[in-house]
Ligand binder design. Structure first.
Ligand SMILES: Cc1ncc(COP(=O)(O)O)c(C=O)c1O
Length: 359
């Protein structure tokens, strides 16, 4: 019953076999191997246009490096107040951008609304040379609270950013889960909706450690050749990154894995919604769930061996937040979550909730 994160369950068999297969023979290093060219082709096909591709090992590096090509050190990056770039990367974006300033925007479900984006931009000072200008907007797809931006939402947000001269970055650590949930094409939810650069994740979705920084205008990413090297993120034995990405993309494997994870989250959500003492203020749309649970239920689940953690409910409207005796918990399903795991979790929760039903 492991629901702590989608990085807790290894990599898919297909990815592991590809890494093992890539081990034999000699290849040129630093991305000059054939498999890297194959991945570039695969991603160009997937996104229906020529793209610039730079693979790195972590999502944190992908985000920071991507943002460094959108803003100078004196620029502002707008992002959600609860986004990974804002809260969980130990100032990685500030480091990679040479000091750009992250400005957080609040909004339910870790989503930025068009209205909030407009208001945030309007509130920024414009005194030259005193105030920093906005250079980038970073959106997380799917969000840190398990929701997805629709195509229309991304389009509207990008249009506002562009009207103010800002480029658009998408943190796609869970891009696969978003595409699986939306049922749209990868092109529709990215460059066709105004996204300039995407951190395309495999690690959370079934890779071992590989994320691609994808430029929809390859010319905009050219300096990444040196930025990635200088940042210490150009892998010498790059073949092992390309092998992961090639296997992840091959035959739609990435979407199959994401569909599995999303379906497990749906099964969990349906079951939890029927249990007294549990409520779901956010209807999950990808592979993360944030139920508010009575503490007796949380304790019973933890005693039964379930691994999951509390999460801040600060982004919820006040009426939805945890009350006395309740905690908001974070449950994340993955490509390897089994139906049995979900059902055992639900059974323990339901049993613990029985005395509460009478209240
Ligand atoms: C939304 C989001 N973006 C980026 C990352 C960073 O990935 P990594 O841990 O590989 O640096 C994570 C990891 O938790 C994440 O959840």
């Amino acid at each position: 019953m492991f629901f702590a994160s989608d990085n807790g369950l290894g990599a898919s068999d297909k990815v592991m076999q590809a890494i093992s297969a890539a081990n034999g023979g000699a290849r040129l290093g630093y991305g000059r191997d054939d498999a890297t060219r194959i991945v570039e082709r695969q991603l160009s096909d997937l996104f229906e246009r020529e793209v610039g591709v730079y693979m790195v090992v972590t999502g944190t590096a992908a985000n920071g490096l991507a943002l460094s090509t959108l803003t100078p050190p004196w620029g502002i990056v707008l992002c959600h107040d609860e986004s990974h770039v804002m809260e969980d990367e130990c100032c990685g974006p500030e480091f990679f951008t040479g000091g750009a300033k992250l400005v957080g925007i609040r909004g339910p479900g870790a989503k930025i609304t068009a209205k909030a984006l407009e208001a945030s931009i309007a509130s920024l000072g414009r005194r030259v040379p005193h105030n920093a200008p906005v250079h980038a907007l970073s959106l997380t797809q799917s969000t840190e609270l398990g929701l997805v931006y629709s195509v229309e939402e991304v389009r509207a947000l990008s249009a506002i950013a562009k009207a103010h001269g800002a480029g658009v970055h998408m943190d796609g650590a869970r891009f696969a889960n978003a595409v699986a949930s939306l049922g749209c094409s990868p092109a529709e939810i990215t460059w066709k909706a105004g996204v300039d650069v995407l951190s395309f994740g495999t690690t959370k979705g079934g890779g071992l450690a590989c994320e691609a920084i994808v430029y929809f205008d390859p010319a905009k990413g050219e300096e990444m050749v040196r930025r990635r090297m200088r940042g210490g993120h150009l892998l010498s034995k790059h073949r092992f990154l390309s092998a992961q990405m090639e296997a992840f993309l091959d035959g739609g494997h990435w979407l199959d894995l994401a569909r599995h994870a999303n379906a497990a989250a749906g099964r969990l959500a349906d079951g939890l919604a029927a249990i007294p003492g549990i409520r779901l203020p956010l209807q999950p749309q990808a592979n993360g769930l944030f139920p508010i649970m009575r503490q007796e239920i949380v304790a019973a689940l933890q005693a039964a061996g379930a691994v999951f953690y509390p999460w801040s409910d600060k982004g919820l409207p006040e009426a939805d937040r945890a009350r006395a005796g309740e905690t908001m918990m974070r449950l994340v399903t993955s490509f390897a979550t089994s139906a049995d795991d979900v059902d055992r979790f639900l059974a323990v929760a339901a049993k613990a909730a029985r005395p509460l039903a009478a209240e």
